[in-house]
Design a protein around this ligand. Sequence first.
Ligand code: NAD
Length: 309
Amino acid sequence: APRTVLISGCSSGIGLELAVQLAHDPRQRYQVVATMRDLGKKGTLETAAGEALGQTLTVAQLDVCSDESVAQCLNCIQGGEVDVLVNNAGVGLVGPLEGLSLAAMQNVFDTNFFGAVRLVKAVLPSMKRRRQGHIVVVSSVMGLQGVVFNEVYSASKFAMEGFFESLAVQLLQFNIFISLVEPGPVVTEFEGKLLEQVSTAEFPGTDPDTLSYFRDLYLPASRELFHNVGQSPQDVAKVIVKVIGSARPPLRRRTNTRYTPLIALKAMDPSGSLYVRTSHCLLFRWPRLLNLGLRCLACSCFRTPVWPR
Ligand code: NAD
């Protein structure tokens, strides 16, 4: 029988692509429940799903921040049994910390972290009873390394990494697998929404130096990074499809090899200084090097002994 795959956040981006690719699986291995908070936005998904709609793909409402919505959604699934849960829904937050409200920060955790926890709590009893299941989490390279001006978003992904790595140990006993997928930049609405937020935000209470670092250094560098090394949601979804189809799913799967050097910096230097100083150099000393791509950047930092004091 096909495996029931429930995906959160399918109105756009990676979630939409993943739902469509799984629904078009040539071996018809999946019955996809593609969920979204606002069903008014289902048009794009339905068009992309084509013939699969109503066959191997159904659309359902799900707000990961609401217990009631989660319960209602699971009630609509036959037997309430989810074989593969994909925690994809997420929001970003970028900007100088002093200018961001606690409420905005809490919303990031409520969606990215507690949203995933809420869904896991809801599907776990049935997965445990059946001694089978796979929980896939769309994390980020920012769940492995802190990124300047993304402190809260990055913290929410670190929280997911810690939570799911811990849970993976217990769940192995129940034949339930966990996979954290860690994309680098992906060209979706995500970045557009963030840039829209920051273009109108004033970040009250932020000093002029910090504001200028954010607007004049970070934002152009970030745009360039997305442009140079950003992946398409299709490519990221392809990686997730492989992870879901795997007989022994990995705990972690990165999607962008361009990030390997930066992540290696953390492993190479347990004090953490190498990573922090390299990141500092990339932003404050050589932002123009971003044109060359991440691999070159990291190599330049290895070779150049000009660490700031
Ligand atoms: P996206 O904005 O297109 O997709 C995010 C989806 O989550 C949207 O459909 C949005 O409506 C949904 N969502 C937000 N709050 C929700 C809620 N309360 N309930 C249900 N759905 C909700 O962006 P994307 O890039 O496809 O993001 C998908 C995931 O990938 C996110 O978890 C994001 O953190 C992660 N990610 C994105 C990037 C990137 O550069 N775009 C990089 C690494 C990881």
